[in-house]
Design a protein around this ligand. Sequence first.
Ligand code: ZN
Length: 265
Amino acid sequence: MQLEGPLRKMSTYYGEEIRYTLRLGDDLLFMNALLGRNIEISFNGNHTCFCGHLVSEVYRQNFCRECFFTKPEASPTIMKPELSQAHLGIEERDLEFEKRLQLQPHYVYLAKTDRIKVGVTRNTQMPFRWMDQGAKSAAILLEVPNRYIAGEAEVALKNHFVDKTSWQAMLKDDSTDEDLMESIETAKSLLPEHLKQFIFKDSVEWYFNYPIKHQIKKVKSMNLKAPDDRVQGELWGIRGQYIITENGVFNVRSHSGFMVKMKVT
Ligand SMILES: [Zn+2]
């Protein structure tokens, strides 16, 4: 089986075991079914930006030069919700886009991987965001009306909870023993008074079970950088947006837009 096209992040489906699909060109692969098979991904040196342009050089998050400096999808607010200003009617790059994105309900959550982290996501991205992170479990702390307030809560909790976790530890399944729901209670008590009205009632802990055939002990990262680079190996599992093989791990999301050929044997 040989497929070709720009890599995009895998789609996830929640269930007893998380299911992953990968779209490549016109094909849709059900990745769980490929565990135990040999996978080879080779890079032809070009990238397709989300705007459709084919380019040989990309900026952070694989945007082409023009998108990186001008499109609202690539603006600094995307990474830092606390910089949001659409609720004040202030434009960053495209006020209509920013209003659509920012002035909608968001969740502030705690997720457990190697540690317990605090994060922010649009309501519509849940539980997908957690599966993309490879979280072991997660629970909602607050439901707020816009992205700015979510960012404010996140900043208030950053002194106590981390906002980044180690992907290496996540892939080795090194996880904290801390109880997530106890941490939710701690977080509630740490919130500034004016944010307590947004506490999410009846929060439950969601658990995520990834398709993993062999648990890796050592994490070796495999990357595509130059034309003709290739990664290959027997597929051992998938967690977050990582393909785990006998030879190392491959982050699909960080290669989004890379023009590749994929062979499954
Ligand atoms: Zn572009």
